[in-house]
Design a protein around this ligand. Sequence first.
Ligand code: SAM
Length: 244
Amino acid sequence: MGRHAKNDQPSNGTTTSTAPDSQINHSAALAYWSSTEPTVNGVLGGYPEVSRVDLQGSNNFLAKLRRGGNAQSSLPAPPRKLRRAVDCGAGIGRITTGLLVKVAEKVDIVEPVVQFTDVVKGQEGVGEVYNIGLEDWRPRKEGGTEYDLIWNQWCVGQLTDAQLVAYLKRLPGVLSVGGWIVVKENLSTSGEDVFDETDSSVTRTDAKFRALFEEAGLRLVKTEVQKGMPADLYPVQSYALQPK
Ligand SMILES: C[S@@+](CC[C@H](N)C(=O)[O-])C[C@H]1O[C@@H](n2cnc3c(N)ncnc32)[C@H](O)[C@@H]1O
């Protein structure tokens, strides 16, 4: 996700001539995250207090999505839980334990850093744990894995634009009919994507996200800005997507 704070943007962030995402280096990103303490403070880059408001906002967003479900949907109707969800780029499972296990029977985890997933592995409601980057994750329907909800938060900036589109294109293959892909990320407000060398990630603009979703063949079902975030942080936006 890069740093949260807007004023942490590098001063030359908007003048670089190379595409910001071309500077992403996965080894550097993993070196950074592997040396980060496995706590909420660690995965949120020093703003642990935003977690509660973030989880509350996500819970509301999801409740609205579920209420708006359509007749073709294969999803269990509320108040029944979703069957299976997956927390992608999950870190220590902050969202898994704070939200997803409450709304789904089983939650799988995709996260490259083992010392993060060690925190959440084996907890109630946690299913498979895949220690791999999203760019390398090849989820398959064989064995009955199908997700009602695929949650991606504060992690897709670790992927280049091309990797993100390729990843998003793979997801409908394991998404239930009527299920959602949620992307919740910081937004760049400078008019351009911004590279952050701290964790070797990019912070994208809203326009870039929408263009990449379109390129991946996904339809934007619902989008919302997270309310109640401190004013000195990047705005945070949730996007719910379905295959076209
Ligand atoms: C800012 S933390 C967010 C963690 C979690 N989503 C949350 O909101 O609490 C970013 C996470 O992305 C993970 N990450 C780094 N590179 C990744 C990649 N290529 N694919 C998936 N996750 C990655 C990091 O290890 C870290 O756990």
